[in-house]
Design a protein around this ligand. Structure first.
Ligand code: ADP
Length: 449
């Protein structure tokens, strides 16, 4: 197969720019798509061509498959990169593109489908030899069944939506008395958010870390892992700060879980980039889900491996092998990413509007992935991520010192941003020592309100 000649990027914001940069470095022409609200966006300015695909609401533009197909046809794009969010885990979109002879830069529709259904994903993980959280074998339909399983695995338990995402449709039951209500609310939340009320039960882990493994597969049975990311610092199950490698793992644990996951991906003949997410407690890993796409936090892995994850995605989708073997991959130093959101740093209320002054930090080991610029008006229609500050150091201490320096330099005026939150976090002793679990940030926010 030959390399693509023109890639349409079906996304916006910092990730559209990220993909665009990889395309340019491969000598591939780029097509940006945008809603009417994004006509002035940086990804539109930097692309070789651009097409307006609809009005501001995402369902009418970035999620509008007929418009995207028309944009491919008009521009002659031979591949689509979906970024993250939007249509990135939509198997039907991948099928439709294939039917039109356009490559989807991502895994097979079959793998997207399996991993998009959490019950099916968990079943597959077990078959592939990946350790999972103890829980129900499939969907739970009655309260009687829920009680039996919960008694079996022990309280507290978590009710989770099979179609879940973004932390929605998840409810904890601490005692048998909580079960009925938790089951009911998880089900109705899942129905409202995803149109599917299937739920399952898992042991609720008290103080785990969230540790995920980045993988790359060639679709022909070769796969490598790029080490882990620690994404334990979360608010409402959403990641806020991510780092690689995890302060909690040693080399042999890293190698063991990495190899388990890579072997599973070889068996699955997985194609492209993916992330297998685990909770980690008392030395044990428990699979929670797999994301079959590029993730927001992929740059921390790129910083410590020197591997361009998007470049590999594009290569593999065009039929080329991976550019490296497992033995070529080494982990160099430490990297941390802070998600800069246009939000109030205390209330987290969205803060769209005009950026009157923008000065990103720079220097050795500093990467800012952002689509904004001075004078840019953040539209209110999309998520509030306006950029990511990613900092590398030869070790975690150097990385933290550099991060503090970068946060001091970073100026975003005219709107509120989460930069002050990160300034406070870098000075916290627990963060300095890398001692935190998935509840740490919410507890900290509660005591700093
Ligand atoms: P989503 O797809 O909605 O993000 P995940 O399954 O990835 O859902 O879980 C998101 C977060 O919820 C995890 O990072 C963790 O903080 C929490 N979580 C999920 N499963 C459990 C569990 N069994 N015990 C404790 N916390 C959990």
């Amino acid at each position: 197969m030959t390399m693509f000649s023109k890639i349409l990027i079906a996304n916006r914001g910092e990730i559209a720019l990220r993909v665009l940069r990889a395309c340019k470095e491969l000598g591939i022409a780029t097509v940006a798509v945008h809603s009417t609200a994004d006509a002035d966006a940086m990804h539109v300015r930097l692309a070789d061509e651009s097409v307006c695909i609809g009005p501001p609401p995402a369902r009418d533009s970035y999620l509008n498959i007929p418009s995207l197909l028309a944009a491919c046809e008009i521009t002659g794009a031979d591949a689509v990169h979906p970024g993250y969010g939007f249509l990135s885990e939509n198997a039907r979109f991948a099928d439709i593109l294939a039917a039109h002879g356009i490559a989807f830069i991502g895994p097979s529709p079959e793998h997207i489908r399996i991993m998009g259904d959490k019950i099916e994903a968990k079943r597959t993980a077990i078959q592939l030899g990946i350790p999972v959280v103890p829980g129900s074998d499939g969907a739970v339909t009655s309260e009687v069944e829920a009680r039996r399983i919960a008694a079996d695995i022990g309280y507290p338990v978590l009710i989770k939506a099979s179609a879940g995402g973004g932390g929605r449709g998840m409810k904890v039951a601490h005692t048998p008395d909580d079960l009925e209500i938790a089951l009911g609310t998880a089900r109705s939340e899942a129905k409202a958010a995803f149109g599917d009320d299937a739920v399952y039960i898992e042991k609720y882990l008290a103080k785990p870390r969230h540790i995920e493994i980045q993988v790359l597969g060639d679709g022909n049975g070769d796969a490598v892992h790029l080490g882990e990311r620690d994404c334990s610092l979360q608010r409402r199950h959403q990641k806020v700060w991510e780092e690689a490698l995890s302060p909690a793992l040693n080399d042999s644990q890293r190698q063991e879980i990495g190899e388990t996951v890579a072997a599973a991906m070889r068996k699955l003949r997985y194609s492209g980039a993916g992330t297998v997410e685990f909770l980690y407690e008392d030395g044990e890993f428990y699979f929670i889900e797999m994301n079959t796409r590029l993730q927001v936090e992929h740059p921390v892995t790129e910083m410590i491996t020197g591997i361009d994850v998007v470049n590999e995605q594009i290569r593999v989708a065009s039929g080329s092998p991976l550019s490296m073997r497992q033995s070529d991959i080494t982990f160099n130093g430490h990297a941390i990413e802070c998600r800069i959101n246009a939000e109030d740093p205390r209330t987290f209320a969205p803060s769209p509007g005009r950026i009157s002054y923008f000065h990103p930090p720079g220097g050795l080991g500093v990467r800012v992935d952002s689509g904004v610029y001075q004078g840019y008006v953040i539209p209110p229609h999309y998520d509030s991520l306006i950029g990511k500050l990613i900092v590398h150091g030869r070790n975690r201490v150097e990385c933290m010192m550099r991060l503090r320096r970068c946060l001091d330099e970073f100026v975003v005026d005219g709107i509120r941003s989460t930069i002050p939150l990160f300034r406070a976090l870098v000075d916290d002793p627990d963060i300095a020592n890398g001692v935190y679990d998935i509840h740490w940030l919410e507890n900290w926010l509660g005591s700093h309100a």
